[in-house]
Design a protein around this ligand. Structure first.
Ligand SMILES: CC(C)(COP(=O)(O)OP(=O)(O)OC[C@H]1O[C@@H](n2cnc3c(N)ncnc32)[C@H](O)[C@@H]1OP(=O)(O)O)[C@@H](O)C(=O)NCCC(=O)NCCS
Length: 140
């Protein structure tokens, strides 16, 4: 069945959190705690990807065009779901940006494939001391 992207409602929070936790356990990325995640999910723009009734991905972005957190369940990657999710902030803003862990080569390659460029590096951006890359998308 086709994957649908929909604006999230409060009932989607736990499904999105489960995907986020799966990404953390499998990839070591997306390490936010539940309070931070649920606040971000509820107060900003959030969309979920649903296959049948199961949430398989999500994206949260802010009014500045900043993508704060974004993930697709490992079993559903490389099927175009991430690209569909990132269309949502692209439809709303001409310029998008985000931080990505410098070691997260999969996400860096993904962002380049959907039109982002590496803008700069931020040393020790993450709590464990990892560096970040800032990725920027600008509509032509
Ligand atoms: C990054 C992520 C969201 C990509 O989701 P996805 O659904 O697999 O991505 P898509 O299938 O839509 O891929 C879109 C494009 O990116 C490319 N791409 C995706 N993953 C890639 C990878 N690991 N290596 C190289 N290219 C990749 C695809 O080939 C595709 O390019 P194409 O259109 O030229 O074929 C997913 O890997 C993920 O959830 N990672 C863990 C969490 C994370 O790192 N989030 C981002 C933190 S800011």
């Amino acid at each position: 069945m086709k994957v649908k992207i929909k604006k999230s409602d409060p009932m989607d929070l736990l499904g999105a959190w489960k995907v986020k936790e799966k990404c953390r356990k499998d990839d070591g990325m997306l390490r936010q705690d539940f309070i931070t995640f649920s606040t971000d999910f509820s107060l900003n723009h959030s969309f979920v990807a649903k296959k049948e009734d199961k949430i398989v991905g999500f994206i949260i972005f802010r009014d500045t065009g900043y993508i704060s957190i974004f993930g697709v369940h490992p079993d559903y990657r490389e099927q175009g779901i991430g690209e569909k999710l990132v269309e949502k902030p692209k439809q709303k803003y001409n310029k998008l940006w985000c931080h990505v862990r410098e070691t997260n080569q999969d996400a860096i390659e993904f962002y380049k494939a959907v039109g982002f460029k590496e803008a700069r590096r931020v040393s020790s951006y993450y709590l464990n001391g990892d560096n970040a890359k800032i990725m920027v998308y600008e509509e032509n």
